[in-house]
Ligand binder design. Structure first.
Ligand code: HEM
Length: 145
């Protein structure tokens, strides 16, 4: 199954709800919570983020990393309406990840589960099916370069 027009609109609407309606601090905390959950599922993954001070998830370095990641997701979600530009954007993100030794496809599946856990806590109308169909498509593209 793929990310249909309705799924896209659903994903964009619920992202908009947490993205635009909330101040930056909230966005960062969403990303920090996702990483927290990811590291509970896969403690070894912490080693990948040493450069951004993963030992202190509330440190400025790790928060800045979280902003980069969540901005990357924001860009991808905006581009759901523009598949050709999207493809190049995700290829670019994919290459950035490919150069990071130790980032595996399985990490993306784990991160997908972390988002599924965190998003309902911050979104009042979370549609898990629509979200997953779009998120998995985005993650699949990033992880296949
Ligand atoms: C860095 C986005 C999933 C590991 C980044 C950056 C972005 C990003 C925008 C910053 C790139 C730069 O400025 O150099 C995303 C998005 C994801 C995703 C949108 C999912 C949809 C993952 C997953 C892993 C991962 C699943 C592995 C657990 C990393 C690492 C870095 C990174 C190791 C570099 C950290 C550093 O600066 O040292 N990601 N990412 N990412 N990402 Fe991801």
């Amino acid at each position: 199954q793929c990310c249909s027009t309705e799924d896209r609109q659903e994903m964009q609407a619920l992202w908009h709800e947490i993205w635009s309606a909330q101040f930056t601090g909230r966005r960062v905390q969403v990303a920090v919570s996702v990483f927290e959950d990811l590291f509970e599922r896969e403690p070894d993954a912490k080693n990948l983020f040493k450069r951004v001070n993963v030992d202190d998830l509330q440190s400025p370095e790790f928060k800045a990393h979280c902003i980069r990641v969540v901005n990357g997701l924001d860009t991808a979600i905006s581009l759901l309406d523009d598949p050709f530009v999207m493809l190049h954007q995700l290829e670019h993100l994919g290459k950035q990840h490919q150069t990071r030794e130790g980032v595996k496809k399985e990490h993306f599946a784990l991160m997908a589960r972390s988002y599924l856990k965190v998003m309902p806590q911050v979104s009042s109308c979370f549609n898990a099916d629509a979200w997953s169909r779009c998120f998995d498509g985005i993650a699949h593209k990033i992880s296949s370069y």
